[in-house]
Write a protein that binds this ligand. Structure first.
Ligand code: GAP
Length: 509
């Protein structure tokens, strides 16, 4: 976190006012890194889906982009279930499948003395669980006191026996996705004008499904992709940007015939895992985990299931944290919107259906099933930073970032060894040439100040993969030093080979 701030990747939002919990700003290098990660997703999902790999139907994967409003008609969130089911912070019991209001649950603990490591008994006031848990707690502790579950740090929840549960530690963290930010549309600001900031980009896609089908030439199976901000009033924002209240999602809703949903689910699980691996999260810190039945979201209970691409963050280790969820949402969302909007959202598939006795063909009308790979841009960026972070006491900068060159915010840096003797003129000319060629990819730096070792160290910390230095020899034989960040090794190449050297490593446009 210190390096991320010092080098201008991530700042606390409103820091000079003491910050605001759950909100983060990206500094100059962070903003460029975030753009590069977003662009990589856009390129590999929208412009060149899956690098041309065929889908389970043997055909190229088709995906179209969309950009929908953050504020939608409030009925969208009624239909999606976000208002009715999830408008308060809830905790679930994995053992009994019961759901409780987080802020209502209370706990019995010993009135005094040390309860370290002993079970604590949770109950809902004014329900039978209150008496039942009281009897258990009195047996264990004698005199009791009560406090709310919210007062107990989450790290202690492993000791909590939920109402009606046998085992301790079965309560999930408060579910925060339910907590939508409220706002008012229009000047009167009455309760009739309430609207919500979207808690996921997905619903914008579902409510425009019909328009996309009617106005473009897409045919099921196809996907709609969207990148954008989402807002959740998380109860416990924490772990740097991992759980924020404002964040960006990169979501695909992939529509297919119900009979093909399992195949597409398997396909997307694999593709998405491979994508993150391709960005350098390739080792043991990345895993693909299928959800257990009791973890599945309400929309994913029927069907092929849900899997998460997870990364072992330093703050979750030895456990993992979710980067992306791949869910078979069946036809839950389209069916809900069809019902609430009273608009037919069925897809007419002319290629399916049956041959009628009179020889004509009747197509099939159905609600497509959805496979949803839903990734977090901010979490992805955090994983990239964590994976890149390396300590090497032998270097001038003992901390460096081995960011994948495709994502690195600074692609290359050009230095004159000293800021005199004709060197800056050559390095500035080289900088202009490299910049002209690669400005679309990211920043190309020129730096003539400080000792050369310090300049390399600065670039190592910023994750810049390649540095080129113009020195005395350059003036004699038209060669420069190129230094590779990962190995710190240097070699000489011709001035006229610099662009080609970078093309080989950054890829040509
Ligand atoms: N449309 C499905 C959906 O929104 P989700 O698992 O709740 O599913 C998808 O969110 C992704 O969004 C997560 O895998 C995570 O990367 C990111 N995400 C969710 N909540 C977040 C938060 N509070 N802060 C940062 N990223 C978050």
């Amino acid at each position: 976190m210190a390096l991320a701030k010092r080098r201008g990747f991530i700042y606390q939002a409103s820091e000079i006012y003491g910050g605001i919990s759950g909100f983060w700003d990206y500094g100059p290098l962070g903003a460029q890194l975030k753009k590069n990660l977003r662009d990589a997703w856009w390129e590999d999902v929208v412009l060149d889906p899956c690098g041309g790999a065929p889908g389970p139907n043997g055909e190229p994967v088709r995906i179209v982009p969309l950009d929908t409003s953050i504020i939608q008609h409030p009925k969208v969130w009624e239909a999606s279930g976000h208002i009715a089911g999830f408008s308060d912070p809830m905790v679930d019991c994995r053992e009994t499948q019961q759901r409780y209001r987080f802020d209502h649950l209370q706990v019995y603990a010993p009135a005094s003395g040390d309860a370290q490591g002993k079970p604590l008994f949770a109950f809902m006031p004014d329900t039978p669980s209150e008496q039942k848990q009281r009897r258990k707690a009195e047996k264990a502790f004698g005199e009791l006191k009560t406090f709310t579950l919210a007062q107990l740090p989450y790290a202690e929840w492993a000791r909590v026996v939920a109402p009606d549960a046998e085992r301790a530690g079965t309560l999930t963290e408060p579910r925060a996705f339910n907590l939508m930010f409220k706002t008012y549309v229009g000047a009167t600001a009455t309760e009739n004008d309430v609207a919500y900031l979207r808690p996921e980009t997905a619903q914008g896609i579902f409510v425009q499904f019909k328009n996309v089908v009617d106005t473009t030439r897409v045919k099921v199976p196809f996907g709609i992709a969207q990148v954008g901000k989402a807002f959740r009033n998380e109860v416990t924002p924490r772990n740097f940007t991992f759980r924020s209240r404002e964040f960006e999602q990169m979501e695909i809703e992939f529509f297919c015939h119900p009979s093909q949903a399992r195949d597409w689910y398997g396909f997307w699980r694999e593709q998405r895992m491979r994508w993150w691996q391709g960005l350098g999260l390739a080792g043991e810190n990345l895993q693909l985990r299928a959800h257990a039945a009791d973890e599945l979201a309400h929309y994913a209970r029927e069907g092929a299931g849900t899997s998460d691409v997870e990364y072992r963050f330093p703050f979750t280790a030895p456990g993992f944290g979710e980067l992306e969820g791949i869910a078979h949402r069946a036809d839950f969302d389209l069916a809900q919107h069809q019902k609430y909007a009273k608009t037919a959202l069925e897809y007419f598939d002319a290629e399916r259906g049956e041959l009628l006795p009179n020889g004509s063909h009747r197509g099939e009308r159905y609600l497509p099933h959805v496979i949803e790979p839903s990734a977090g841009l901010d979490r992805g960026l955090l994983a990239v930073l964590c994976e890149a972070y390396t300590e090497d006491p032998a270097r001038a900068s003992p901390e460096l970032l081995l960011i994948n060159p495709r994502l690195a915010p600074i692609k290359a840096a050009i230095f004159p060894l000293v800021n005199k003797d004709g060197m800056p003129e050559v390095s500035e000319k080289l900088h202009a040439e490299v910049r002209r060629r690669f400005w679309r990819r990211g920043l190309i730096e020129h730096d003539a100040k400080q000792a050369i070792g310090k300049r390399y160290a600065r670039m190592d910390e910023a994750g810049c993969p390649f540095c080129f230095t113009v020195d005395g020899e350059t003036l004699r034989d038209q060669s420069v030093t190129v230094r590779d960040r990962d190995t710190a090794r240097q070699e000489r190449i011709g001035l006229d080979k610099v662009v080609g050297y970078l093309e080989e490593r950054l890829g040509a446009d």
